[in-house]
Design a protein around this ligand. Structure first.
Ligand SMILES: C[S@@+](CC[C@H](N)C(=O)[O-])C[C@H]1O[C@@H](n2cnc3c(N)ncnc32)[C@H](O)[C@@H]1O
Length: 552
């Protein structure tokens, strides 16, 4: 064991001396790896990059695994999503039956093509392991490491790839210093499951590397579904106002994405892309966001310290701290009241509705009523927990089939939170919330009825919204405006592949039997705007600002 450890140490020492190439030759004239003060190494650009083009494309990662809840509804290989976890029709997934692997009964495939490719590339090794642990499947992080161990043992990982992974920053000293932790147990379990000759120390190092460098396995619009590690992404440093994002193009999800005849050779090999969120200047560092960007500044900093061992000093953190301090000074009571409201709402409104007809909905409605006195203070949305709470109320509204509640909360997020919290108009979080908003609108307008929803529910929602100030005609008008806003954002970005999803939505509206005549075109814009302002209980200056900032 000791011999193994010293061999590993000497190997790592040797690696420090050799230079590992993290930048693919194709991007060597665009990107460079260099030392960045107080951050270790980072990736910088060698030339100015326009916002409309992907910066680089990355191939299918070796270390990747889906979270357990997505396994039953997602193709194990091309990751096409076949069902929406929310009670919404959705547009980001394909409705199809998946074929279950006869060996492990865990992996499911959209077709033979994906099953065969996956089998030969990696699944035949994992399948045997999964069979043994069917009822106690290891976490996604462990499965990602397990795949690497299985492939490396069989000589199926190139030296170049292995060097790039094993050379990543692992914070080994800090993590190992936390004592014999559950990470060692994890490494031992992986060694046992894989019946691997690799040392526990080496497997543990792979776990440390995963913990320090992995990112979410992204879907084109519906957020993360697991973990993945790409050595280039692992070299990107963090900012809470990032200038890039990791994008999964829509075409990579369709069955057989590697073979589609319409794609170029380069696109076929693309699994994900790094895309800019704004124009990037020559020499600028590419910065990724490691955490949920809408969380309040103290919580962001605490999470980054806990998981990545640094204190974030990005421009956004500094601004948020200053703004929060100014608010406390100018409105001490208001800050305290907001804090109390936020805590009470988080305590009383569950993340998941366990049973229909409970009193969570009335608690959500009470929380919404109480939130209205804070609506005139934008600092509260930009520095506090407001987005998290509004999203929780939205999801609760959807799960309780109260789409009117979901809609108002989502509109607050769309008009008040997102424009101020994000760089660029096409970050995945923002795009996700706009698609979600359109899904909710389509349910209320009966353009796409969510499964299990009765006409009488839809009538009740529209009545409640009309009482609040928004008629169905107003909603149709806003649906068109929000669609156009989404279209504009995507057309001006490198995520243009998502435009086809907006186009599908527009088509739905054209054929909707519920509408008949195209009334939204006829109705006065002024009425629709007045309706929205009144429904959101916003005063004129803030409403004007919200309209301006959304570009709506
Ligand atoms: C995914 S790695 C990024 C690449 C790393 N700098 C390297 O040299 O390999 C994450 C680690 O980089 C450092 N880091 C990333 N962003 C940082 C930031 N904004 N400020 C300080 N350190 C940062 C932290 O040590 C963090 O755990």
């Amino acid at each position: 064991m000791d011999e193994m450890d010293s061999l590993l140490d000497s190997l790592l020492e040797q690696r420090k001396g050799t230079s590992v190439s993290y930048i693919d030759d194709r991007y060597a004239n665009v990107l460079r790896l260099e030392k960045v003060p107080s951050k270790g190494e980072g990736v910088t650009t060698l030339k100015a990059l326009p916002v409309t083009e992907p910066i680089c494309s990355l191939k299918y990662p070796t270390m990747m695994a889906m979270d357990p809840e997505f396994l039953p509804t997602t193709c194990y290989h091309c990751l096409v999503i076949t069902s929406n976890p929310l009670p919404l029709p959705g547009y980001g997934y394909t409705s199809m039956d998946l074929k279950t692997c006869n060996g492990c009964h865990i992996a499911r495939f959209c077709g033979r093509d994906c099953q065969v490719k996956s089998w030969h590339a990696y699944h035949k090794y994992e399948c045997k392991v999964f069979k043994k642990v069917q009822n106690n499947l290891p976490s996604s992080m462990m499965r990602a490491v397990l795949r690497m161990v299985l492939l490396k043992d069989r000589g199926l990982v190139s030296d170049e790839e292995w060097d790039r992974v094993i050379g990543l920053d692992s914070h080994e000293q800090i993590l190992a210093g936390r004592g014999r932790s559950n990470l060692t147990d994890m490494a031992e379990t992986i060694k046992h499951l894989a019946t691997s000759g690799m040392s526990v120390t080496m497997i543990q190092r792979l776990i440390f590397i995963m913990k320090s460098n992995a990112n979410e396995l992204p879907t084109p619009i519906y957020g993360g579904i697991g973990v993945m590690l790409d050595p280039l992404i692992g070299k990107l440093n963090h900012s809470c106002e990032p200038n890039i994002s990791i994008h999964r193009p829509q075409h990579t999800m369709a069955s057989g994405w590697m073979d589609s005849t319409n794609l170029s050779e380069h696109e076929r090999k693309t699994f994900i892309q790094i895309i800019p969120l704004r124009e990037i200047k020559e020499g600028e560092e590419l910065l990724n966001c490691y955490i949920v960007p809408t969380v309040a500044v103290e919580a962001r900093r605490a999470k980054l310290m806990e998981d990545y061992f640094f204190h974030c000093e990005c421009g956004k953190c500094q601004c948020d701290v200053k703004a929060a301090a100014q608010l406390i000074e100018s409105h001490p009571d208001l800050s305290a009241q907001f804090g109390q409201w936020a805590q009470k709402t988080i305590r009383s409104v569950p993340q998941q509705v366990k049973k229909q007809g409970g009193n969570s909905l009335s608690k959500a409605m009470a929380a919404m009523d109480h939130s209205e006195r804070f609506l005139e203070h934008p600092t509260l949305y930009t520095t506090g927990d407001y987005p998290q709470i509004a999203m929780r109320l939205t999801l609760l509204g959807l799960q309780s089939q109260a789409f009117d509640i979901a809609l108002i909360n989502m509109l607050w997020v769309y008009f008040l939170v997102n424009p101020q919290r994000f760089v660029g108009g096409h970050t995945p979080t923002e795009i996700y919330t706009i698609f979600l908003l359109l899904d909710i609108l389509d349910g209320i307008l009966r353009i796409s009825m969510p499964p299990g929803v009765e006409t009488v529910d839809a009538e009740k929602w529209s009545k409640n919204l009309t009482t609040r100030g928004l008629t169905l005609d107003d909603l149709l008008h806003w649906r068109d405006r929000i669609c156009s806003d989404l279209e504009r954002r995507l057309a001006g970005s490198a995520a243009k592949d998502l435009l086809s999803l907006v186009e599908k939505r527009k088509e739905k509206r054209r054929v909707s039997p519920a509408q008949g005549k195209d009334k939204a075109q006829e109705q006065s814009m002024t009425n629709a705007e007045a309706g929205m302002r009144s429904a959101l209980r916003l005063k004129e200056p803030l409403w004007k600002l919200a309209l301006h900032e959304t570009g709506c």
